[in-house]
Design a protein. Structure first.
Length: 264
């Protein structure tokens, strides 16, 4: 067992060093994609002010009452975001939050809202993200981007519904600021051999406001702001919500639930 553990650690260290070297040699702009621009699709009816009930087998992560299912990512202390009026409001000072539970393969539902008075442009307009597997502190993991992409131009692999810096969404299904948005996601976690080598990559299918935006997308590794994605071995992981540092007013979340799935 010692030999296998040492081999896994060595592989993870080698991948981390390779990723760090790649990042140092690159700029953020090197991994931005600006074309082709996804078509704009107007989604169906707006969500009601009252969230729909989750499925009977769902694990409820937020139902408007408290943050009992969440901790602060950086130190695992109680989550410091604000719960008000049945919604969860991002605290940029409080930092990223993640679930106490760890998951592998699952179906995720969450609803999010950019404030009607949102300001800024590009990546500085309603920026957040849901990390489908949080593999470390800060922004380590696999990010499905949250952003105000309603009449807001940015690089397409960084707009709402993108698998950040890897896949643009198939369509821009954004509702205007002030309206509730939905993400419905099927996450298939990557698998690793005993020595840390990748066996099968992560895959994502996602819907934004009922519109297919990611169709069994195969990821090349974890999300990186600078540099190329790389895999690091892990087992189960929390789901993380990002407190992005842009100056625009904070986003809100509600009705977050997950259904655990068997391995494919």
């Amino acid at each position: 067992m010692k030999t296998l553990a040492a081999a896994t650690l060595a592989t993870a260290l080698a991948l981390a060093l390779a990723g760090a070297a790649s990042s140092q040699a690159m700029k953020p702009e090197d991994t931005e994609q600006w074309t082709p621009v996804p078509p704009i699709v107007t989604p169906g009816a707006r969500l009601s002010e009252k969230p729909a009930a989750p499925p009977s087998d769902a694990i409820v992560l937020f139902d408007g009452r408290n943050l009992d299912q969440w901790v602060t990512t950086r130190d695992k202390s109680p989550a410091k975001w604000l719960v008000s009026g049945g919604v969860l409001v991002v605290s940029k000072v409080g930092g990223n939050i993640e679930t106490k539970r760890r998951f592998r393969n699952y179906q995720l539902h969450l609803e999010w809202r950019v404030p009607k008075d949102v300001t800024g442009s590009g990546q500085a307009r309603g920026n957040s993200g849901v990390f489908l597997a949080s593999t470390g502190p800060g922004d380590a993991g696999y990010e499905l981007q949250i952003l105000d992409s309603y009449n807001n131009t940015t690089y397409v692999n960084g707009q709402a519904g993108s698998l950040y810096k890897q896949y643009p969404p198939l369509a821009n299904a954004m509702r205007p600021p002030g309206d509730w948005q939905t993400y419905d996601v099927v996450w298939t976690a990557p698998t690793f051999a005993a020595d840390g080598a990748l066996k099968t990559p992560a895959r994502v299918t996602a819907f934004h406001n009922g519109v297919l935006i990611q169709n069994d997308a195969v990821l090349s590794g974890e999300t990186l702001y600078i540099g190329k994605p790389v895999y690091r071995p892990y087992a189960d992981a929390p789901i993380k919500l990002q407190a992005h540092g842009d100056p625009s007013p904070p986003l809100s979340f509600r009705n977050i639930w997950v259904r655990e799935l068997a391995a494919p």
